[in-house]
Design a protein around this ligand. Structure first.
Ligand code: ARG
Ligand code: ZN
Ligand code: CA
Length: 408
């Protein structure tokens, strides 16, 4: 088994003998998906999450329409993803509505979602698929997840969050299997009429919170009432409550098993309140969701998905021998990258220079440590080049900064 695994790892890695960083081989990610001569979609090495890392999840949206109304616009999809990102970064406008009693446990989950830029074959994509279907109404039986049944096949669930937007029967807004299930049915299904944010949507589910809620399930969260009378959601800082809250409620709302005078956390995204009444995840829920991305977690592979790398230019610029000496992560990133040398000796005293694609120098830093942090906060999303410079020598690396972390 061990041997098979090792052989497999070498095949994936593509470069025999390339085993940098001794035992930390498992940690190697950097730019391995882009090694010259390799297929773009070669899986990269695993790595763990970094403390404080903003995790970027590549997304594919499968729009299945029977009427033109159901063929929702690109703009609505973008509005929805932006809304999702605000909720997961606690940048939603309604954080002020979180009751003071719960505010200190409200969390910036530090996970963001970005439409994929590469499809499973390595080709450029918008991350949006549109498909006419003869099915007027889907049942929650997963048929929308199969092309042969009037739906659209999932993209590799180890690399993408699949979202199917379609007309679902009844008043079900969405449904999602928990992590660890069949990859062919892994992902979120959303009723088209509640997919989006504001503009053009009406009723109590018009602020995109159905997706926020369903993605919570996709990351392993249970409903806040634990799906049974006064049940347990497995999260310490969500108070026990009797059952689902629906519609509009006023704080404090005491139910049969309330732990204290603060009552139910009906404004939690994992309750069933109206969109306008939901505004928070807790620190406990954040920990549970992020744990899915850690080594051994069901969502770990998403950390090294190559779905957001930009094709084309990078191969010529990538310097093969240096990949054994230096690695960069996370990449793509939202706010910073770490440049790590195999040893301090290999890189000490060299300069790191960050350029945009116009060649404009953004910052320059002298290496004095095995790990150097390059702050990319405040820079627009897009492609950047990082050069590692010595006297006369210059090695270039590509960094993708994803824009969707800071949408408004
Ligand atoms: N699966 C839940 C339902 O269909 C989603 C609830 C989402 N709640 C919301 N306010 N958007 O009812
Ligand atoms: Zn739910
Ligand atoms: Ca709880």
């Amino acid at each position: 088994m061990r041997l098979i695994f090792t052989l497999f790892a070498i095949l994936l890695c593509g470069i025999a003998g390339a085993q940098p960083f001794g035992q930390s081989q498992n940690n190697w990610n950097g730019i391995s998906g882009d090694r010259t001569g390799q297929h773009q979609n070669t899986p990269a090495h695993k790595r763990d999450t970094l403390p404080g890392e903003v995790i970027v999840v590549p997304v594919v949206v499968h729009v299945l329409y029977n009427t033109s109304d159901q063929n929702i616009s690109d703009q609505r999809i973008i509005d929805q993803i932006n809304s999702l990102n605000r909720d997961y970064r606690r940048r939603n406008a309604d954080t002020v509505n979180t009751p003071a009693a719960f505010r200190d446990r409200a969390a910036d989950v530090q996970i963001v979602f970005a439409l994929a830029q590469r499809d499973p074959h390595g080709n450029k994509t918008t991350g949006i698929i549109r498909k006419y279907t003869k099915t007027k109404m889907f049942m929650p039986d997963d048929e929308m997840k199969f092309s042969a049944k009037g739906g659209d096949d999932a993209w590799d669930a180890t690399k993408y969050l699949n979202i199917w937007v379609c007309n679902i029967f009844g008043r079900l807004l969405g449904y999602t299997p928990m992590p660890g299930g069949d990859p062919k049915t892994d992902g979120v299904v959303i009723q088209y009429s509640v997919f989006g944010h504001g503009n053009g949507l009406s009723g109590p589910f018009n602020l995109g919170r159905t997706l926020t809620h369903e993605v919570g399930h996709w990351l392993g969260l249970k409903h806040i009432w634990g799906d049974s009378e006064c049940g347990d959601d497995g999260i310490d800082d969500t108070p026990r409550q009797q059952s689902a809250n629906t519609g509009h409620n006023v704080f404090p709302k005491i139910s049969a098993c309330s732990e204290d005078a603060n009552g139910d956390m009906f404004m939690n995204f994992m309750d069933f309140s109206d969109d306008a009444d939901m505004n928070m995840f807790t620190i406990g829920q954040k920990k549970a969701m992020r744990a899915q991305f850690a080594l051994g977690g069901d969502r770990n592979s998403l950390l090294v998905s190559d779905a957001l790398n930009i094709n084309g230019i990078e191969e010529a610029l990538q310097d093969k021998d240096w990949e054994e000496v230096v690695r960069l992560y996370p990449n793509p990133t939202v706010d910073y990258v770490i440049v790590e040398g195999r040893s301090l000796n290999d890189i000490n005293g060299k300069y790191l220079k960050l350029y945009d694609m116009q060649g404009k120098l953004i910052l320059s830093k002298r290496i004095q440590d095995e790990r150097t942090r390059i702050d990319m906060n405040g820079l627009p999303g897009g492609l950047y080049m990082l050069s590692l410079e010595d006297m006369g020598e210059r090695k270039m690396f590509k960094i993708v900064k994803t824009a969707s972390g800071f949408s408004h």
